[in-house]
Design a protein around this ligand. Structure first.
Ligand code: ADP
Length: 882
């Protein structure tokens, strides 16, 4: 280091403290990066890599971005999960002795973004801290720096629950102790991109104790302290907008595990991972950003308390019945600005005059919102708006102080209204008088010289000047004015009195700009004192917004108010899948009932592929969730229990990111359900066992159904293409068969999408293959094989094949499963043959032995069907070759 120039030495000293961030090192009008940072940033940002002499033996890699366009580059790096440390010159370079003093003024990371451009309007941007204790409990804190929300929770269970909570709140960054298990962090990062940061200090500074007032558990305070200490260390500015920390417990809300949230596409779709096509997308009729964020939170956390649910539903009903008030409220809300994020930026010192004008306009709407909501005559609604504080004094300050259309910049004046401040008015008068004096001078000089085109202009370099075109110069008496500048077509002059006035005007203008800036800062500081009141206002606005949104969507899509019954029964009449129904033409969607009670806790749904089994199951779950969120539901009538948890295993989306095969994911999701479900839960299992061999799959499916039926007893919808399972209805008293009907018309299958009692009569796989336009000869061949398989050979009961545990006697419902029998036969013969083969093994060629070895090494459970096919093909190919 000794040989480096002092500036590079300074760089290296600062960089050593911010190793995990790109250091944006301010040099004049640029932010420069050096060494490794420069090499990586030039790749990530696609900017030119250069080098400079830094005093060492080699030139130093360097790249840079202009100061004014830095936000865009910072945003790009942060979006990729990196952190950026902004290092500014903190003394005037002209005054500096030696190298200009520089300091990091802020570290911007995915979890601490404040810039509007980098944030999604209707989404929170959480940063989280996790602390693990010796008794294997965890405390978690969440903070959204942009809105100031803080919350904490305790999890005494597994690491999986911690991961689920972090994912579910979509935290972008997690702060942990430097000793935190690297394996666990690795696990977390593998599943979803998340930035990891470290903070050792978990002691809460006195300045912030008021945020955790009344909180007893030290573990919770520790989690929050770690988070806030990280924020203090990296943000280095006021965090006055942080709101009191809310304690919540995950069992306060309906628990929907990660798999199920994804499967049910609550806030994003499985395929595109975007909002479009999700339940959130369908419901989102909110008109404010705050309402949009609250809607997402509500969908993520359906309620468990009947009273709370009904409070929401009653408000929705009121809004539905009073169309005019609702529409008026919507109009008013559209003009309410994002007060929460504004409060955050006020604290950070990032607001401009335009923001504050928006704030004023928002505040002006509050009394009207109060009036219209009171007209609803709904006690809770009235209570809600009576608590709204229109912050009249602030509103009138902003009205008096700020011009209606101020510029973006806060340093160039034109912000403050006339009449707001005496001194400012005086400066403005001076400037205006000076300007009118100049206008009069122009007139006078024209008359004096007879030059009509003579004009007085202004530029930054020469100030005010008199300009005479070359063509008119002959009219100007020699020496009348003092020559200042020669242009191609004109000469520019000055006079002593013009310069005198100029000084007055410019001085006044300088003072105006300076004073306007100071006055603006005063107003901004005044707004700061209103932060908690603005945040409280934001809460009411967002709640009203979500409730009107529920009413609007419920009315548009003809939803009904659900009734919650303690009996635990489900009675949904003409239920629909909210999203599929919307995407399809309304007339095309076939509504379906769902009746489940004591004797039908488990519905076994059979029917052809593509007939609508999983849509039906999803619609039941979405109806339950929507009801508990407090929204009306897509049905003609709905009586529902209150579910404590929803579990799903639907669809065949491979969890490619975590590298698990479809079948493994299927089993993990199922395990989650059978281990955690209670009698009050809802389980949806779609085509369990499809990812493995027929017997395996069917055996597992039956065992799972029996387990749920015997040991959990919760409402379960189980769809299957194993017709053989339908005989279970005989033995399991709470299981009921239903099927999705399909008919064959002219040899082609027509799906009716209608759920009916009883089991499906046959499978329609070949018809579906036909629909998918597989080649005709292939379809024909399949028909022949099917016919062959369906030839009666020998009758066996399902229990002979599947249920080895106990012998059921199913007399009337013997199912012909010749195909299974055929499978058994072939498997047995394969087994016998392989035994014989083993005896002969010594006579195998070395190639054959190699094939057997490879076969043995295959990890079938970890393979996708395609991998398995490929492997088989390779093995066969090597045998054929020899
Ligand atoms: P399965 O689970 O039986 O294979 P899906 O539930 O995936 O079938 O449904 C297949 C398609 O059928 C859906 O994408 C949808 O287009 C259509 N569908 C499902 N249910 C209905 C319904 N009730 N009314 C109209 N179309 C439906």
């Amino acid at each position: 280091m000794a040989t480096y120039t002092p500036m590079i030495q300074q760089y290296l000293t600062i960089k050593a403290e911010y190793e995990d961030a790109f250091l944006f090192f301010r040099l004049g009008d640029f932010y420069e990066m050096f060494f490794e940072d420069a090499t990586r940033a030039s790749q990530e940002l696609e900017i030119t890599l250069t080098s400079r002499d830094g005093g060492g033996a080699d030139r130093i890699p360097m790249c840079g971005v202009p100061y004014h366009s830095a936000p865009t580059y910072i945003e790009r790096l942060v979006e990729k999960g990196y952190k950026v440390a902004i290092c500014e010159q903190v003394e005037d370079p002209k005054q500096a002795k030696g190298v200009v003093k520089r300091e990091v003024v802020q570290v911007i990371s995915p979890g601490t973004l404040m810039d509007e451009k980098g944030l999604q309007e209707k989404e929170n941007n959480f940063i989280s801290s996790v602390t693990q204790f010796e008794d294997d409990t965890y405390s978690l804190a969440f903070s959204d720096l942009s809105t100031g929300e803080n919350s904490v929770t305790m999890l005494s269970s597994s690491w999986e629950d911690v991961v689920a909570e972090i994912y579910s709140r979509e935290a972008k960054e997690i702060v942990v102790d430097p000793d935190f298990s690297p394996e666990r962090l690795q696990q977390l990062k593998e599943r979803k991109a998340i930035t990891v940061s470290y903070e050792k200090n978990a002691t809460l500074d006195f300045e912030f104790t008021h945020l955790v007032e009344g909180m007893q558990q030290q573990k919770l305070i520790t989690a929050f302290a770690r988070l806030i200490n990280y924020l203090i260390r990296t943000q280095k500015r006021s965090l006055e907008h942080l709101q009191p920390v809310q304690f919540y417990q995950i069992n306060q809300y309906m628990k929907i595990d990660l798999f199920s949230k994804r499967n049910l596409e609550l806030t994003e779709t499985i395929r595109s991972k975007g909002k479009k096509g999700s339940l959130l997308w369908l419901l989102d009729k909110t008109v404010t950003a705050m309402g949009g964020r609250l809607l997402k939170t509500w969908i993520d956390r359906p309620l468990l308390q009947q009273q709370q649910i009904e409070n929401r539903l009653n408000m929705v009903e009121t809004f539905m019945n009073q169309f005019f008030e609702r529409e008026e409220l919507r109009e008013l809300l559209t003009e309410v600005y994002d007060l929460e994020r504004l409060a955050g930026r006020v604290a950070f010192g990032n607001v401009n005059a335009r923001d504050l004008v928006q704030l004023k306009k928002s505040l002006q709407k509050i009394p009207f919102i109060q009036q219209v909501v009171k007209r609803l005559n709904h006690s809770y609604a009235t209570e809600l708006v009576e608590g709204m504080d229109p912050c009249e004094r602030l509103e009138s300050l902003l009205e008096r102080g700020l011009k209606d259309h101020p510029p973006l910049s806060i340093k160039e004046g034109d912000i403050i209204k006339d009449g707001y401040h005496d001194q400012l008015d005086q400066y403005r008068d001076a400037s205006r008088n000076g300007k009118s004096w100049i206008a009069a001078l122009e007139q006078r000089e024209r008359e004096k010289t007879g030059i009509k085109s003579l004009k007085i202009g202004y530029n930054r370099v020469f100030g005010y000047y008199i300009e005479v075109t070359k063509a008119n110069l002959h009219l100007l008496p020699e020496g009348m004015y003092e020559r200042k500048q020669t242009l191609t077509n004109a000469e520019r002059y000055i006079t002593p009195e013009l310069k005198e006035k100029e000084t007055l005007i410019l001085e006044a203008e300088d003072k105006i700009v300076q004073l306007e800036y100071e006055l603006f800062l005063q107003i901004r500081d005044e707004v700061k004192t209103y932060i908690p009141r603005l945040q409280a206002l934001a809460k009411v606005v967002s709640e009203l917004d979500v409730l009107q949104c529920f009413a609007k969507i419920s009315e548009e899509r003809h939803y009904t108010k659900p009734v919650f019954s303690p009996s635990g029964d489900i009675r949904i009449e003409n239920g629909r899948h909210p999203v599929v129904e919307k995407v399809m033409n309304a007339q095309e969607y076939v509504p379906n009932d769902c009746f489940m009670s004591e004797d039908s806790q488990v519905l076994l749904i059979t029917g052809p592929n593509m007939s609508g089994k999983s849509t039906y199951m999803r619609q039941v779950a979405l109806t339950a969730i929507l009801g508990q969120v407090g929204c009306f539901v897509p049905a003609d009538q709905a009586v529902l229990p209150i579910f404590d948890q929803v579990f799903t295993r639907i669809g065949a989306a491979d969890d490619l990111i975590s590298g698990q095969s479809t079948f493994m994911v299927e089993m993990l999701e199922t395990k989650n359900a059978v281990v955690n479900a209670t009698q009050s839960s809802l389980i949806l299992l779609d085509e369990i066992g499809r990812g493995t061999s027929t017997y395996d799959g069917m055996a597992l499916a039956q065992a799972i159904i029996e387990h749920i039926h015997e040991h959990i007893g919760c409402k379960t919808l189980f769809s299957t293409h194993y017709h053989e399972l339908t005989v279970l209805e005989q033995d399991l008293s709470m299981l009921k068969n239903v099927h999705v009907s399909a008919i064959e018309k002219n040899g082609k299958v027509v799906f009716l999408h209608k759920i009916k009692d009883g089991a499906a009569d046959k499978s329609y796989g070949i018809h579906v293959a036909e629909l998918a336009e597989l080649p005709d000869p292939l379809i024909e061949r399949a028909r022949v094989i099917l016919q062959d398989l369906e030839q009666p050979k020998e009758e066996i009961t399902i229990n002979q094949v599947v249920n080895k545990k106990e012998e059921h006697t199913v007399k009337e419902d013997k199912v012909e499963i010749d195909s299974l029998k055929a499978d058994t036969d072939s498997q047995l013969s394969f087994f016998e043959a392989s035994q014989k083969e083993t005896k002969k093994a010594s006579s195998l060629s070395k190639y054959e032995k190699a094939v057997l070895e490879k076969l043995k090494e295959l990890d079938v459970l970890e393979m996708t069907p395609l991998h398995a096919m490929n492997a088989l093909y390779e093995l066969q190919k090597s045998l054929k070759k020899k």
